[in-house]
Design a protein around this ligand. Sequence first.
Ligand SMILES: C[S@@+](CC[C@H](N)C(=O)[O-])C[C@H]1O[C@@H](n2cnc3c(N)ncnc32)[C@H](O)[C@@H]1O
Length: 221
Amino acid sequence: MLPTLDARLSAAAELVRPGEPVADIGCDHGKLTAVLAASGKYPKVIGADLRPGPLAKAEQTLEYAGCKDRAELRLGDGLSVLSPGEVSTIVLAGVSAQTTWEIIEKAPWVSAPGGPRLVMVPATRHSDLRRWLWEHGFALAADRPVQAAGRWYAVMAAEYTGEVKTPAFRECLFGLTGQWPEGEGYAAWQKAKLPRLRLGVPDGTELAKEMDELIKGESKA
Ligand SMILES: C[S@@+](CC[C@H](N)C(=O)[O-])C[C@H]1O[C@@H](n2cnc3c(N)ncnc32)[C@H](O)[C@@H]1O
């Protein structure tokens, strides 16, 4: 039986480049790996995880879904399980923003023109991941707000262009989520975290000013 994907992973699946190889890094339960493999849309589907326990779960999921022969499971850290250029899309879902960029940094072939599309669903610090991507030459191709298990996620796709951008705080906070009807709910959720974040920012700085405007509602999402 095919597993059901939550809203995060369904949105991530929609952003995978069709007709080209794909890797699901940090696949854990293997649900996304199985759905991608069973779809028959991709010539190669790789599921990988740092730990053997999750990979054993993924193997079982593939077996139940009847598509064990259509996916490869690999054990290892981040993108070390791939050879450069082996896949056209890399999914990194459910790990922290910091783990996401550390995984990307360890594989320089990803940060090159014509490199793979990154599909990311950070578990934390969406704003920091957007900033990191822009400051490291990636452009956001998609940034979709979704709700799953009672909280908001941003499902992002990014591609390397080499064009470095220095984003304002509010751009990092909302990204491109305002393009979606759900963007309003996402923005309210992001704004609700601001008073706590503001406590760590010295008064009088540009960042403090920008945060204060957002908190007072003078700057719309
Ligand atoms: C919370 S699960 C997310 C599972 C699935 N991707 C999802 O979003 O539902 C995170 C998984 O990432 C794996 N992981 C963490 N760091 C990793 C790394 N550096 N390389 C590969 N897998 C990693 C963990 O072992 C765990 O199975």
